[in-house]
Ligand binder design. Structure first.
Ligand SMILES: NC(=O)c1ccc[n+]([C@@H]2O[C@H](COP(=O)([O-])OP(=O)(O)OC[C@H]3O[C@@H](n4cnc5c(N)ncnc54)[C@H](OP(=O)(O)O)[C@@H]3O)[C@@H](O)[C@H]2O)c1
Length: 484
């Protein structure tokens, strides 16, 4: 099966922070891959902007290095690389200064889709928005893309929303949560709403509980002081895991339309119960395997920030009352894996004597590695010896099932940037959604701060703190093993 290539319209994309880490690792290589894939018309222009004193040739050299480093060899075609680099240029601009704006204005073309990627610190969003208007570079059709973190609490998120709203309408603002650009995350919606199979069972009557795991093996070494101001709750739960939870829990939107989808996600966030301290376990990794501890990496021996969090979340609505969602995420864990596991309830009555062989049906949606789905079903154990039951996986790797097109799954950033150019906001967070997520998160974090709660230590390479096991054991459930 080969996926259809539908090119986007010709565009001018200005990447503020075009020399930074995100631009070099994700944005430029991602744009190249879409150019290579035929999605980007050759007349499109990409303009890097930052304070560094570079000319077009210097910026192209930087971009060439990024492509060589971050694009797989089989997609690095010298001719296509040169053609792509010819579409790149650079303007030196200080977001807080006056120079360079007229030059930028001269570079963007009339009648072309115009987008501005703010790949800079959020403290510069207001300056950029203001100057784009002041210099007549943004127009009512322009789009802006803003990066996470979108605030560190409700107050700062509201302030950011207010600053952007002074110059751009909500329909022009694309708040990135790159999790939403992942193929499997979008597949959650396809699985739920394009099949009749699951939806009738997708409720507390049939679902015992849901587990969402995002486990990482990496430490925070090298960005410890940045991470220490956030922690797992702000860095992962408030945004990425919240989005996953919403896609699992939301009602079917009336149409796959940006506001219809986001309205439904917002309703889920608003239905989240406050989380009691007893339903949260936080942890900090210890030193191990030749690497330092969290406290060494964050350079604050008294830090109370968590590198791991597990929590039990309840949704107070008709569909989910009585079905807990267990969320966990952390650094320096046993394996790098992200998955959502939906565990179904027991059948109401068993006609088989082999109660021991029985296991719950589990639908596992793997986000990484090896994106795919696995449905655990009961069958008869083969062979003579009576009716004994055993569980087998119906396993599907998307890459295997889809052949050539499955092997070329675009990176989340590529897909999201193409959506910006197409003007499709479905996979971007709306302002009210972000604020609602902070409204739920803030009291939890404030509670830790008021009580002076300290995270529990956990071994590097483990599954997290022991107490996290208890979070499920006491409910008569257990976490799935963390493994690749
Ligand atoms: N890196 C990631 O993986 C990642 C992931 C998720 C979100 N983000 C977010 O993406 C944004 C960029 O992150 P990053 O990691 O790329 O940061 P970075 O490596 O520090 O890059 C920052 C960029 O902003 C430019 N810049 C700084 N001050 C400026 C100013 N006054 N005017 C114009 N340009 C200025 C810098 O270039 P000059 O010094 O030349 O001006 C550089 O190009 C941040 O909001 C970050 O939170 C990053």
């Amino acid at each position: 099966m080969v996926s259809r290539v539908i090119p986007v319209d010709v565009f001018d994309l200005v990447v503020f922070g075009g020399t930074g880490d995100l631009a070099q690792r994700k944005i430029i290589p991602g744009l190249y891959r879409r150019y290579w894939g035929g999605h980007i018309p050759p007349e499109s222009c990409i303009i890097g902007a930052a304070r560094s004193d570079l000319d077009d040739a210097g910026y192209r050299a930087l971009a060439r290095e990024a492509i060589i480093e971050y694009v797989a060899e089989d997609k690095r075609d010298p001719e296509i690389i040169e053609a792509f680099l010819a579409r790149l240029s650079y303007v030196a601009i200080d977001a807080k200064g006056t120079g360079g704006w007229d030059k930028l204005k001269a570079r963007v073309r009339k009648g072309t889709v115009r987008a501005f990627y703010f790949s800079v610190a959020p403290s510069l969003f207001g300056d950029l928005a203001e100057r784009l208007h002041l210099h007549g570079i943004a127009n009512p059709e322009s789009r802006i893309v803003v990066e996470k973190p979108f605030g560190r609490d409700l107050e700062s998120a509201k302030a950011l929303n207010a600053v952007l709203a002074q110059h751009f309408t909500e329909a022009q603002i694309y708040r990135i949560d790159h999790y939403l650009g992942k193929e499997t995350v979008q597949n959650l919606m396809a699985v739920r709403f394009a099949n009749i199979l699951f939806e009738p069972l997708w409720k507390s009557e049939y679902v015992d509980h849901v587990q969402i795991t995002v486990a990482e093996t990496v430490s925070v070494d090298g960005r410890g002081s940045y991470y220490d101001r956030a922690g797992a709750m702000r860095d992962m739960v408030q945004n990425h895991m919240m989005q996953l939870l919403c896609l699992i829990a939301m009602e079917p939107p009336y149409h796959f339309d940006p506001d219809a989808v986001r309205d439904e996600k917002l309703k889920v966030i608003r239905a989240l119960d406050p989380v009691s301290p007893d339903d949260i376990v936080r942890g900090q990794y210890l030193a191990g395997n030749g690497q330092g501890s969290y406290l060494e990496h964050c350079e604050d021996p008294a830090s109370k920030t968590e590198s791991y969090i597990a929590l039990k979340v309840n949704i107070s609505n008709w569909r989910w009352k009585g079905t807990p969602f267990y969320l966990r995420t952390g650094k320096r864990l046993r394996a790098r894996t992200s998955e959502i596991a939906i565990t179904f309830r027991e059948p109401p009555h068993s006609i088989f004597d082999d109660a021991e062989g029985w296991r719950e049906n589990v639908l596992v949606i793997r986000l990484q590695p090896n994106e795919g789905m696995n449905l655990k079903v009961m069958i008869k154990e083969p062979g003579p010896g009576g009716m004994r039951l055993t569980q087998v996986p119906l396993d599907m790797s998307f890459a295997e099932a889809l052949g050539e097109s499955g092997a070329d799954i675009p990176d989340a950033y590529e897909r999201l940037i193409m959506d910006v150019i197409r003007g499709n906001q479905t996979l971007f967070m709306r302002g009210d959604e972000v604020e609602a997520a902070w409204s739920w998160t803030d009291p939890i974090i404030e509670g830790w701060e008021e009580r002076g709660d300290k995270p529990m230590p956990y071994d590097a390479g483990s599954s997290g703190p022991e107490d996290a096991l208890m979070l499920m054991h006491r409910d008569g459930r257990r976490w799935r093993e963390i493994r690749e």
